[in-house]
Design a protein around this ligand. Structure first.
Ligand code: DAH
Length: 343
């Protein structure tokens, strides 16, 4: 039985060495270690030996088994490594382009907001920030808004607890900046605003405005017109014209509405401008002396202009988006169009 065992190990060694594929390994394992293997049969034959010989021979069988297991495991590893190496060799084509990991883009409203900031900074404006959760004082009172003004209505403004509200306009930042700093003041303030509006092609309950405020000695309506035209040119190109029309806002006197010539039809009249040739950009005016007094700036010495623009509207015009809701639907196909868009 001794020699039988030695021969068995030698034979196993030979056939394991000859294995080439994972299947060969499976066969070898079944043949030499499986239930019907010779080795397994030897355990049954222990009984043929004298009882005192059994432990020693049992140990020999175990040793043989361990040896064969080790050989199979080593060969198995060798074959698997070889298979993997072959696969890598086949996959490895240095001429193939690399994997492109998907990369994101900025949201078009963010792109436009950053462009707007860059344009105004180039004109010497600083960027100021204010809170989105405001109080009635900064959103309405200090902006000279009468108690019965419709914009204060519950149906239009999101009120929170303790006299707080979600700001309905970035004009609040005019007040916060003028409370803190003395003229000359030359700022813009972009940011989110909230109104209780149903979403439709030109409204969203959350939207962004950019407020502009320039207070100094001798600031006049012509500075406003100049700033507006410079902005329109930088944003939409050298052919764009601008104009202001009389309007009313509680916090400006006189007040105006600002238009630019239609960027879609160059002023000819089209669907985008409803055949008028002009596009409304936002409100503007000379800061009301009552507002200046409220924040402790002497209206006899200083004057200023202010205006507010809708950022989504500018983004829609710039990127030819017909419905504001598209900007908020998070459809990745929309976002993909802005990959690589420079600021
Ligand atoms: N806050 C106004 C609005 O949301 C826009 C506006 C009008 C801002 C006139 C101004 C301004 O600074 O002077 O409708």
């Amino acid at each position: 039985m001794h020699t039988q065992l030695e021969e068995l190990v030698a034979k196993a060694q030979e056939s394991i060495a000859a294995c080439r594929t994972p299947n060969d390994i499976l066969d070898a394992r079944a043949a030499y270690l499986g239930k019907k293997s010779v080795l397994n049969g030897l355990y049954a034959r222990l009984r043929e030996l004298a009882p005192e010989e059994r432990p020693a021979f049992g140990q020999l069988i175990n040793q043989a088994r361990t040896k064969i297991e080790g050989l199979i495991a080593a060969k198995d590893k060798e074959i698997k490594n070889a298979v993997r190496a072959q696969q890598v060799q086949q996959e490895l084509d240095p001429g193939m382009p690399g994997w492109m990991s998907p990369f994101g883009s900025l949201h078009p409203v963010t792109i436009v907001r950053k462009k707007i900031e860059a344009v105004f900074m180039s004109m010497g404006f600083e960027v100021a920030q204010g809170p989105e959760i405001e109080d009635e004082y900064h959103n309405f009172d200090a902006l000279n808004t009468p108690q019965d003004h419709p914009s204060r209505n519950l149906a239009d403004t999101f009120y929170l607890q303790n006299g707080k509200l979600l700001r309905t306009q970035t004009s609040t930042v005019q007040i916060r900046v003028m409370e803190k700093y003395k003229p000359p003041i030359k700022i813009i303030s972009p940011g989110r605003c909230y109104r209780n509006d149903k979403p439709d092609p030109s409204h969203s309950p959350v939207f962004q405005q950019v407020e502009s405020l320039w207070v100094d000695k001798g600031i006049s309506m012509s500075d406003l017109k100049d700033t507006l035209q410079n902005f329109a040119t930088a944003m939409f190109g050298p052919d764009v014209k601008s104009r202001i029309r009389p309007h009313f806002f509680p916090f400006t006197e006189p007040s105006a509405e600002m238009d630019i010539s239609c960027v879609s039809c160059a002023g000819e009249g089209c669907r985008v401008c409803k055949q008028s040739g002009w596009l409304e950009m936002g409100g503007a005016g000379m800061v009301d002396p009552a507002v200046l007094s409220m924040v402790g700036i002497d209206p006899e010495i200083y004057s200023g202009f202010a205006f507010g623009l809708g950022i989504e509207r500018i983004a829609m015009l710039k990127y030819n988006i017909g419905d504001m809701r598209i900007l908020f639907e998070n459809d990745v196909r929309m976002l993909r169009q802005f990959r690589g868009e420079s600021l």
